[in-house]
Design a protein around this ligand. Structure first.
Ligand code: MN
Ligand code: MN
Length: 458
């Protein structure tokens, strides 16, 4: 009966129960590279810059539209410093299609408003507008760092990173002390802390002898001294507050990693390393690091931007292939995270169809909300295709749906790639506390992500 059950029933596997010593070592080694990447790449701009630096080391060269391409050539297209398209031209006929791994590198955060600076009761603050889906109360009373760019009146660019170095100051959002929280604590979570309450504390020392707006003046004097900016320069700036934490191992066994922005750099990094690993592929390979996924993939750096198909079309043309045939035969892994089953919140998950920490990379056939609304829902044919690749290459994987039916939902870039006539399915790492300032993932799942993209590329 036991053998029969083993033969006939389906169950997924804990990676640690299935691997040997060698692979355990690979898991631990791979995590180090990822943590170092995560230390440097908190925003989409930084992830793009880091991706470019890594690609250049691997011999990739900048691509410009219309440029001739050669077999074995490695190229990257840097879209406005916020999104990256990397590709290697394979030896096979281009009409056999391109293998695409598409992740995103933007993460939920607090953007500064365009007129952010003010003083209230002798304290200096920045007004913010949150980006992506957040639970607002989670962003209070934690150390924050400021990242981004400022363009001065004359167009000169100033890069800002403050709060990451141990010597740097950090920034902070106040919350009410419990002693005076009687009314606040009666409010629902979504109302206890509103978007307009997310004001960042940035200073308190006034200019001596001056009484009105003297803290604000002091802050502006310091900013002018350090960056040469005036208050008007915030109008043409993109500054964002992110948690000032470095990635850390979690647990006595160090099996988990806590970091800001696992969603979706935990897929972006493996999509990069899998691409770099393949030195002379048969198929043409592409890895995409997209921006704006957290706000609907909009804009000219999001996945909906035509630059994606423009590049596909140019590749087809340069290699003498028919663009429509290239798309028709291309295949994509939409590399994005899923919600790991959390026993502390078991009521929102459906146990049989949730993804589990340490059970390997998660394939998500469909996302969306309610009756699969907004999902591209991968075909059984394509799931079968990917399933066989993973089984052939020893990739430990599981399937995962985002929570119980009608509990909520979400989307990824999958739908925007599938609509171009490209087979697409979501594949990514299971995340604990997704979209929190600090999210948690498993090292074993991270490594399986690399293995999965690598197998797909082969
Ligand atoms: Mn995501
Ligand atoms: Mn997300």
């Amino acid at each position: 009966m036991k053998d029969l059950k083993e033969k006939l029933f389906y169950d997924h596997t804990n990676v640690y129960q299935a691997i040997d010593e060698g692979e355990l070592e690979s898991i631990n080694e791979y995590a180090k590279g990822y943590m170092s990447f995560m230390t440097k790449a908190k925003t989409e701009r930084e992830a793009t810059a880091e991706g470019v630096a890594m690609a250049q080391k691997e011999g990739f060269v900048p691509y410009t539209m219309g440029m001739p391409l050669e077999v074995g050539g490695k190229y990257y297209y840097n879209n406005r410093g916020k999104a990256l398209y990397l590709f290697i031209i394979g030896s096979e006929n281009i009409e056999n299609g391109i293998r695409i791994s598409a992740a995103h590198v933007d993460s939920p955060r607090l953007d500064l408003k365009q007129v952010p600076l003010y003083e209230e009761s002798e304290m200096g603050f920045f007004k913010t507008h949150y980006y992506g889906g957040i639970k607002k109360y989670q962003w209070t009373t934690i150390p924050l760092a400021l990242h981004g760019v400022i363009y001065k009146k004359d167009g000169e660019r100033v890069d800002v990173t403050i709060g990451e170095d141990d010597e740097d100051p950090v920034f902070y959002i106040n919350d009410l002390l419990p002693h005076l929280g009687k009314d606040q604590m009666k409010k629902p979570l979504a109302e206890a802390f509103t978007g307009e309450d997310l004001n960042i504390l940035i200073g308190s020392e006034p200019v001596k002898g001056e009484t009105k707006d003297s803290v604000k003046l002091h802050v502006m004097m310091l900013l002018n001294e350090k960056y040469g900016i005036t208050e008007a320069d915030f109008l043409s700036a993109e500054l964002t507050a992110v948690p000032a934490f470095k990635p850390r191992y979690v647990g006595f066994d160090r099996s988990l990693i806590a970091a800001y922005g696992h969603d979706d750099k935990v897929c972006a990094y493996p999509a990069l390393t899998a691409l770099f690993e393949n030195k002379s592929p048969k198929k043409t390979l592409m890895t995409i690091l997209a921006d704006k996924e957290e706000i609907g993939s909009e804009g000219n750096t999001g996945m909906k931007c035509q630059v994606f198909t423009d590049i596909m079309e140019e590749i087809a043309k340069a290699l003498g292939g028919n663009y429509h045939v290239v798309k028709e035969n291309s295949k994509c892994l939409s590399a994005d995270v899923n919600a790991a089953f959390d026993p502390n919140f078991a009521e929102v998950y459906e146990r049989k169809n949730s993804s589990y920490i340490n059970h390997g990379i998660v394939m998500t056939k469909f996302t969306g909300a309610r009756g699969k609304s907004g999902s591209s829902d991968a075909s059984a044919e394509y799931v079968s295709f990917v399933r066989r690749i993973f089984d052939e290459h020893g990739v430990i994987w599981q399937t995962g749906e985002l929570g119980k039916v009608d509990q909520g939902g979400g989307g990824t870039v999958a739908a925007y790639i599938a609509q171009k006539n490209i087979d697409t399915v979501d594949l990514g790492v299971a995340v604990i506390s997704m979209h929190a300032p600090i999210e948690v993932i498993s090292k074993a799942d991270l490594y399986m992500a690399h293995k999965a993209f690598s197998a797909f590329n082969k």
